[in-house]
Write a protein that binds this ligand. Sequence first.
Ligand SMILES: Cc1cc2nc3c(=O)[nH]c(=O)nc-3n(C[C@H](O)[C@H](O)[C@H](O)COP(=O)(O)OP(=O)(O)OC[C@H]3O[C@@H](n4cnc5c(N)ncnc54)[C@H](O)[C@@H]3O)c2cc1C
Length: 429
Amino acid sequence: MGQADEQNFYYANTPRTEQYPALAGEQRFDACIVGGGLTGISAGLHLAERGMRVALLEAKHLGYGGSGRSGGQTIFGYACEQATLEKAVGAGDARRLWDFIVEGMDLQRAFIAKHAIDCDYTPGHMIVGLKRRHDVGLRAEVEHLRQRYDYHSLRFIERDELRTIVDSDRYTSGIHDSNGGHLHPYRYTRGLGRAAERAGVTIFEDSWATRLEVAQHAGADNIVHTAQGTVRAKHLLVAGGALLGRLIPSLQSKLIDIGTYIAVTQPLGEERARSLITNNAAVADMNWILDYFRRSSDHRLLFGGRVSYSGIDPFDSARILRQRMATVFPQLDEARVEYAWGGFIDITLNRAPHFGRLGPNAFYMQGLAGHGMVLSTIAGKIASEVMGGNAERFDLYAKIPHARFPGGTYFRRPALVLAMLWFRILDLL
Ligand SMILES: Cc1cc2nc3c(=O)[nH]c(=O)nc-3n(C[C@H](O)[C@H](O)[C@H](O)COP(=O)(O)OP(=O)(O)OC[C@H]3O[C@@H](n4cnc5c(N)ncnc54)[C@H](O)[C@@H]3O)c2cc1C
C-alpha cells in the first residue's frame, strides 16, 4: 500500500527540521534498535539514560510508521480485552499488564512535559456505542475496570447527555475517560526523537536493516546489516511494527498488517468544530470496523476508519471516509477533505501484544495494534529494563501465548478477509 505521504496532515504541518544521517561503515554500540517509531525511540531514550551507547536504525524517517500517521488517540488498555489477558496469563498478571498501561499514560504526559514536546496533548477520550448490546457492554466495562482494576477515571454517559457532547444521532451511549486523550502523533514522535538524541542516542535514518545475525550466546555481539553499514552491539531490540516485513520470517507468521485510513477536513472554524465534539475528547465507536474521530488544534475534523486486509491499497480513502463521515455528521456533507492517508497496524490473532526473545540479548516487540500510542511509550521503558538485566516486566508480556494466523503464507490473507467479512456482518446486527 502506498502510504500517501504527501497527503499526511501531520507531515504537512510539521517541518522536519532535524535530519539524521544514514548508517555507514562498521560501528560498535552497546545496544542497537531497529525501528524509529515510538517503541524504538522510547527504548533508546531509556537506555541512553541508563548510560548505554545506543544506535537507532530507521528505514525511512522517524515516525514513518504508525507512530507518525495514527489517529493520535491515547486509549486505556490493550487492543484485546482484559478478559483475553485474564484467560491467557491469569487474573494477577492481567492486572499487572493493565497497570503498565496506566503507567504508560502517565509516562506519556511526563515525557511531553519534561521534554517540552509541542504536540497538542488534549485530555479526554470517549468510546461510544451504537446499539443496546454496546450500551450493556460499556456499562459493564466501567464497573469491571473500577472493581477489578481500580480504574476510576471512566464515566458512563447516557444517550441524552451524549447527544449534547457529540453532535450526531448515531450513538446510544458512551464512556468518557478523563485519563485518556489525544495528541499530534508525529510531533510527539519527532519530539521524543529529539529528546533521545539529546540523551545520547545516535539516530540513523534511511537505514533499512536488511539482515540480522543474532548472537546465540550472551558474550557475543548481535550484528545488524544495512545496505551501507553494520552495527555490532551486545543488545538488540527489533521494533519495526507493521513495516518489519520479512526481516524475521518466524515473527511474520504471528502478525498481520492491516491498512487503516484517516481523512482530515478543511478548517471548519472554531465554533463549528466545537459544536461537533463539545468536550474536545477523542472518540472511537464500538464496532469491529470502527470509526474514530477528533478535533485538531486548527479546528478541523480528523476522521479515521475502514480497513484493508489485502495488503494493497485498493481504495480511494478520501472519498470513502468522506461518506463515512457524512453518516456520522451529515452536517459536514459539504466540508472538503483536504488530507487523506493510510498506514498499517500490526495485529496478532488474539490482538494482544507479541513480545519475546530472539537470543539471550536480542528482543522483539510487535503487535501493538491500534493501542500503540500509549503501549509503545511504556514498552520502550520495559525493553530498557530487560536489556539492563531486569526481565520481570518483559517476561509478563513474553508469556502471553500467540498462535499463527491460519492459512500459512499464501492463504492467511484470504482467510482474514473472510473472518473480517464475518465481523462486518456482526457490526450490522
Ligand atoms: C492510520 C493509523 C491510525 C492509528 N490510530 C491509532 C490511535 O488513534 N491510537 C493508538 O493508540 N494507536 C493507533 N495506531 C497504532 C499506532 O500507531 C501503533 O501501534 C504504534 O505507532 C506502533 O509504534 P511502533 O514504534 O511499535 O511502530 P511504528 O510506529 O510502526 O514504527 C516502526 C518503525 O520501524 C521502521 N522499520 C521497519 N522495519 C525496519 C527495518 N528493517 N529497518 C529499519 N527500520 C525499520 C519503520 O519504518 C517504522 O518507522 C494507528 C495506526 C495507524 C496506521
